[in-house]
Design a protein. Structure first.
Length: 69
């Protein structure tokens, strides 16, 4: 997947997590964070269509997970 597409999707996912937290509270926001992190790992990190994260993609995945949390 192209890096700009993953960047945009990551930013939109973070906005969605913040919106859920603002409107619904902490527990639903944590669920949204977990689901967004799994979706990011599955769709936008190598190898694609797998929850395994390649070592090259690990810093980007960890950054996404920490920013979402």
């Amino acid at each position: 997947m192209a890096a700009p597409v993953a960047l945009v999707v990551g930013q939109l996912s973070l906005v969605a997590i913040l919106t859920v937290g603002w409107i619904c509270g902490l527990p639903p926001a944590l669920v949204a964070w977990g689901l967004a992190t799994l979706a990011f790992a599955y769709y936008f990190t190598l190898p694609l269509d797998s929850l395994a994260v390649d070592r090259v993609e690990l810093p980007r995945f960890i950054t996404f997970a920490l920013l979402g949390c």
